[in-house]
Structure formats: C-alpha cells, structure tokens
Design a protein around this ligand. Structure first.
Ligand code: GDP
Ligand code: IMO
Ligand code: MG
Length: 423
C-alpha cells in the first residue's frame, strides 16, 4: 500500500505511459500531476495503441480512478478529442475527474507560444507550441483561468475582461489581431457544458484514498532534464517533472510518497533544443531512431538520439529520491555489436566531471564513454532477469551501480506484458 511517483529520468519520452499502464492494474488511483498536452504517453494494450496527452495512463483499468491533477494545465479541446477517441475504442471514462484548481490553456496561450518561439530566432527552445509556457506564466502571474471557473461563468467573464487588454497589448506587439471576450466566453461556455460534470474538488477523494492506504500512482510528464529548475534552462518546460512536485500537483503530503520509480530508456533521446552531450549525430543515432521509432508522440518531430547518459540518471536519482528504476526499450539495442554508456564528461580544460554542469558549460563538454559488448540476440520475449543475455545484465548492472538505484523493471517491448518484473 503505497503512494508511488512515476517520473522521467532523462529528457522525456522514456516510456512513462507504458510503465504506468503496466502498474495501474494494482492501483486504485492514478493522478497526472503536472504538464499539459505537451505530453505524449504511448500505450499499447488490448484496446489498441493510444497517445495520451492529458488523460492519466491508468484509464484502461476499470477499477482505477483517474485524476487530472491540480498541477496540470488543461487544453479542454485536446482533452475532449482524447475522450472521444478513448470512448470510441470502448474505454470507460466513468472514473475520470479533473481538479477544479488545474489551469486552463486558452487559445491565446497556444498562439503566444508560437509567437514567442518565432521571436526567439536562433535561440528557439523547440517547444511543442501547445501553450504550456504561457499558461504557466499566467498561473504564476495570477491571471490564469482555472477549470473550476467553468462552474462560475459570471466570474469567468470578469476574469476574461480583466485579462483581455493585457493579452491584446501583447498580440498587438506581435502584429496579431486582438482576441474578443465574447468569443472566448462562448468557447468556455462550450467547455463547461461538455466537461463541467468532471470538474470537482479532487482533494477529498485523494485524501481519503491516501488515508485508507490505497495504492496510488502519481504520473509525471517529461523528465528531469526539462525541469524548469534542474534541467537545461532555458531549454526546459515551465513546470516540475519531479517526484517532489507530485506532492503539490496531486495534493498529497510529501512524506506519503514512499516509492519513486524513475523511467529510463536504455539509450537517450530528446526533442527540442538544448545541450545533449551524449548525442549521436551519425549512423548509429539514425539506426537507434529508426529501430526505436523515435519520433515525437505529440509533434511527430524526429527525436535526437544518443547513448545512455549515466550522469543524467544519477542526477535524476538524487533530485527525485528514486527508489527504483524501470528501464525501457532494451530490445531496441538488440543486435548492436557495441553499446556505450556516458559515465563522465570532459570539460573545456580537459578535466573530468561527474556531476551535471550548468547548461552553458554543458553545451561544451565531451562525453566520456564506457564501451560494452552487445548481446546480438532478441530480448523481446524474455520475462525473467536471469534469462537476459549476460552482456545485457552487465550493461544494466553498471547503470544500477552508477545511479545507485536498483533496477526493478525492464521493458522489452511496447506491449503491456513485455516486462521483466523483479519487484
Ligand atoms: P512517455 O512520454 O514517457 O510516456 O514515452 P513516449 O510514449 O513518448 O515514448 C516511448 C515510446 O517507446 C512509445 O512509442 C512506446 O510505445 C515505446 N516503448 C515503450 N517501452 C518500450 C519497449 O520496451 N520497447 C519498445 N520497442 N518500445 C517501447
Ligand atoms: P512526455 O511527457 C519530450 C519538450 C519540448 C521542448 C521543451 C519545452 O511525453 O515525455 P513545452 O511545450 O513544454 O514548453 O516545451 O520540452 N517537451 C517534451 N519532450 N516529451 C514530452 O512529454 C515533452 N513535453 C515538452 O520539445 O524542448
Ligand atoms: Mg512522450
């Protein structure tokens, strides 16, 4: 009986959705605690293949309550599309609710995300252009609209009237046409009709589940290297994809989070700009991209690929307080004669670094690799650790040692049951 956070320990797209879907059958509740529809969590199970953006990855389990938590920012249009796709595939949505304290991503947030990106020129972050940054900016500026405001339409109209002049000033700066309160209000009224019944104060149900000692999963979005404080700032998102934020974003005291599973690909990928020292800009990187189908689940962009960076995982282990590692996509490395792991960086002066440097220095470091013999056999059907090729175990045990976290799960395929479970 635990509260477990499931977080990304690299640059996002580690397979968090896949791991949450696997674990959710023994959980009574799954809470998405931050981010918005910038997330793309891919799940392959008996219902089909899904790319979830906002709905928690526990939705496929009928006995599991799913909460879109307070720490998230929600574009109701994306959510409604996602709900109709799930419903059409026969997935029950009865258990889904939305925190009234979660913020709304408004059409102008999306517009501003694109405009801000264009204005950055060569310094582009490479955002998903989903309006995530502007929505979190408004939240911090206390100008945001919250899901619960959809229950108070008169109040919501007042907030829109308050905000519109400031938004229009910015749009004018970018040479864009103004937004109109009436139009925005009608959009919100439509959202209230369609989603209103799901928007509740989620805290009482979350609290009582914790007090009853039920098993709860907190589902993070992205990974530590895109955290606004601990990632490669400014090439980051605008929230905290960390276990500690699970406490805030779900509404659970931090001492109650007793297990933190870090999801980690057997290699590394990132989308968008920013330092990525173990990047492979050669045919090995291309091969990993093709075998691993490394194209963004939200934007379709080719992901930058690289070798596993143990320094990043070690950084994530500390910042998150990881208790377990879940390795994904081991099967993608089947057949590579040689596999590398970055174990340290060399800085400009030739010195060896074993911690994550500041992002400016990180742009100039060189990776120091350890080289492992590949296993050149298929791991896809394997379900026991002891059946893994010895070369694969050597590689994984080295990571366990460097990160100082035990590997509890190894995923060898995208399907739910393609998992070695040592828990
Ligand atoms: P998330 O954002 O962390 O949930 O990860 P994504 O869904 O964006 O990216 C992970 C991708 O890898 C998805 O296409 C998954 O279906 C796929 N995947 C997850 N685990 C495995 C695995 O063990 N093997 C293979 N081949 N694919 C996997
Ligand atoms: P999941 O949850 C990978 C990246 C963007 C960009 C930076 C900021 O599927 O792992 P944002 O739109 O958040 O302002 O973009 O973060 N990014 C992701 N990369 N997976 C994601 O989500 C991402 N969400 C945002 O590419 O570099
Ligand atoms: Mg993803």
């Amino acid at each position: 009986m635990t509260v477990t956070a499931v977080v990304g320990v690299q640059y996002g797209d580690e397979g968090k959705g896949r791991v949450v879907d696997y674990l959710a059958h023994t959980s009574r509740m799954v809470i998405r605690f931050q981010g918005g529809d910038n997330a793309g969590h891919t799940i392959v199970n008996q219902f089909g293949t899904f790319r979830l953006h906002l709905v928690p990855s526990g939705i496929f389990h009928p006995g599991t309550a799913c909460v879109i938590g307070t720490g998230t920012v929600i574009n109701p249009d994306t959510l409604l599309t996602e709900l109709s796709e799930l419903s059409a595939a026969g997935v029950s949505l009865d258990s889904l609710c939305i925190s009234d304290r979660a913020h709304l991503v408004m059409p102008y947030h999306k517009l501003l995300d694109g405009l801000e990106e264009s204005s950055r020129g060569a310094q582009k972050i490479g955002t998903t252009k989903r309006g995530i940054g502007p929505a979190y900016q408004d939240k911090a500026a206390r100008s945001g609209l919250r899901a619960g405001d959809l229950h108070h339409l008169d109040y919501l109209r007042t907030r829109l009237e308050q905000n519109a002049p400031r938004i229009n000033q910015t749009l004018e700066y970018y040479g864009e046409p103004a937004v109109h309160v009436d139009e925005l209000f009608e959009i919100c009224r439509g959202w209230a009709d369609k989603l209103g019944s799901r928007i509740i104060d989620t805290l009482p149900m979350v609290r009582s589940a914790v007090e009853r000692g039920e098993t709860i999963l907190l589902e993070g979005q992205l990974g530590v290297m895109k955290d606004v404080d601990w990632g490669t700032y400014p090439f980051v998102t605008s929230s905290h994809p960390l276990a500690a934020y699970g406490s805030i974003g779900a509404g659970i005291p931090f001492q109650k989070i007793t297990r933190v599973i870090g999801v980690c690909k057997a290699y590394a990928t990132t989308v968008g700009a920013g330092p990525f020292p173990a990047e492979l800009q050669d045919e090995i990187g291309t091969r990993i991209r093709e075998i691993g189908r490394e194209y963004g689940a939200t934007t379709g962009r080719p992901r930058r690929c690289g070798w596993l960076d143990a320094l990043v995982v070690r950084h994530a282990a500390w910042i998150n307080g990881l208790t377990d590692l879940a390795i994904t996509k081991l099967d993608v490395l089947d057949g590579f004669p040689e596999i590398k792991m970055c174990v340290a960086y060399r800085d400009k002066t030739g010195g060896r670094i074993e911690t994550i440097p500041d992002p400016i220095a990180m742009e100039t470091v060189e990776p120091i690799y350890e080289t492992f013999t590949g296993w050149r056999s298929k791991t896809v059907g394997i379900r026991r650790w002891s059946d893994l090729p010895s070369e694969a175990r050597v590689f994984l045990e080295r990571l366990e040692k460097l990160a100082d976290v035990p590997i509890r799960y190894v995923s060898v395929g995208p399907e739910r049951d393609a998992m070695i479970d040592r828990s």
